[in-house]
Ligand binder design. Structure first.
Ligand code: ATP
Ligand code: MG
Length: 420
């Protein structure tokens, strides 16, 4: 067992890199709040049954990708493979549907676990930012979600974004399409991958979602769900397109988007970017009007999306977007031998005044303390030597301009604050 290596498909966020996450997270929180979405936090694990019923037992996630185990009480537990089922369970458990609707919630930095083959942009533990809106059936919400994701990603600096939308209908109109799709695929089953042969039997829609090139080739001319939509679904899709059109966001209808989860109805969408390695889906979502009922509640329309945070960061990296890096310290207190207590007291005072401050804790010489202050890119040093200690002052130095000022200890924080 390797104790100095994280499990395959997982990634550490290092202390010197976490500011990048915090920057993106802050933008995400703002984007959510602008639409009235409030944060929900649900457990990392749930009863396995929730995902079997919610996500659907013919999906890749449930069939191949879940981290499922028995706990010591012999209950089957699964680490969250997506965020929506947990949010819906939470809504039901706490009767949130009984409040004024819609109930809008978001989750941020939720760890998601999928047993996938690790590769670029594909991890076994990744993190998502997601929005869920329960209790609203109009396509204006579908559109607002798409726009929220689009604006957020554009603001962050993601380029070449395309918004792809589709409608996969409802239990009224989908069976007819299933039959048509099955008839279309009937002669091609032999050419499909092993997974798709199985999908063909159990859930033919899934074949459209296959990433294997030969399968993609086979479904190129498949019938489109859009030709089979019932009146209600058709109108809903029209309203969505109208809203997106009015907002000016460029979008495309792609009748092959079906999404990897069974709970979707009507709208499905993906935000995709072109990268050197091909297309990358950074955000996916859709409407799931039947999920709440499927989990045992009264019918409640809902719509949401999930956005992979690692993928967002990867895109910002590849596009050379610079994220402002905050200095680790505003002030580094350096002191001559023998003035440890004065330095310690000053650090605490500076922190009390809201500055990021520290001193040497490793027995370094004065010269080495300055070197360390430089290395940490501290904006200021505050030095206590014999003279300063005796007169109750401290020598401040602006590390950028090299300018120095000696001030009473009491005024150190204020001076630094006002120093342009
Ligand atoms: P894909 O088609 O790439 O497998 P998906 O349809 O399985 O994606 P969703 O379930 O919609 O993905 O998850 C929402 C978002 O989470 C994706 O758009 C992507 O940004 C991110 N994501 C999904 N799976 C992974 C993974 N294994 N590693 C990193 N990010 C992921
Ligand atoms: Mg997937």
């Amino acid at each position: 067992m390797l104790t100095t290596q994280a499990p395959r498909g997982t990634r550490d966020v290092l202390p010197q890199d976490s500011y990048r996450w915090q920057y993106v997270e802050a933008k995400m929180r703002t984007a959510a709040a602008e639409g009235g979405y409030r944060e929900v936090r649900t457990p990392v694990f749930e009863h396995t049954e929730l995902f079997l019923r919610g996500v659907g037992d013919t999906t890749d996630i449930v069939q191949k990708e879940m981290y499922t185990f028995k706990d010591k009480g012999d209950r089957s537990i699964t680490l969250k493979p997506e965020g929506t089922a947990g949010a819906a369970r939470c809504l039901l458990e706490h009767n949130l549907y009984a409040d004024a609707l819609p109930c809008k919630m978001y989750y941020l930095n939720a760890p998601i676990f999928r047993y996938e083959a690790p590769q670029s942009g594909r991890l076994r533990e990744h993190h998502q930012f997601g929005l869920e809106c329960f209790g609203a059936k109009e396509a204006t919400v579908d559109a607002e979600l798409i726009l929220t994701a689009y604006r957020l990603l554009s603001d962050l600096g993601v380029k070449n974004l395309s918004v792809n939308i589709n409608s996969i209908g409802c239990p009224q109109c989908r069976p007819k399409y299933h039959a048509a799709l099955k008839a279309f695929l009937a002669g091609k089953v032999e050419c499909l991958c092993a997974d798709c042969k199985n999908r063909y039997e159990r859930n033919p829609l899934r074949v459209l979602d296959c990433k294997v090139e030969t399968c993609r080739e086979q479904v190129k001319d498949a019938p489109s769900m859009l030709d089979y939509l019932c009146e209600e679904c058709r109108e809903h899709f029209e309203q969505l397109k109208e809203c997106l059109g009015a907002s000016g966001v460029p979008y495309q209808v792609d009748s092959r988007i079906v999404r990897g989860l069974d709970y979707y109805t009507k709208t499905v969408f993906e935000l995709i970017t072109r990268t050197e390695d091909g297309n990358l889906t950074v955000c996916g979502g859709g409407r799931y009007d039947n999920l709440v009922e499927q989990l045992g509640g009264d019918p409640l329309p809902a719509v949401g999306f999930g956005m992979g945070i690692e993928r967002v960061l990867m895109l910002l990296d590849s596009e050379g977007v610079t994220i402002p890096q905050p200095a680790q310290y505003d002030v580094f207190v350096t002191r001559m031998n023998g003035y440890d207590l004065q330095a310690f007291t000053l650090v605490q005072r500076l922190r009390g005044a809201g500055l990021r401050a520290d001193m040497d804790h490793c027995g370094r010489s004065l010269k080495a303390q300055f070197k360390y202050a430089n290395k940490t890119a501290a904006r200021f040093t505050a030095t206590i030597g014999e003279e300063e200690a005796q007169s109750g002052t401290v020598k401040l130095k602006n590390m950028e301009t090299r300018e120095e000022k000696t001030v009473p200890v009491d005024e150190a924080a204020e001076t630094i604050r006002n120093w342009a």
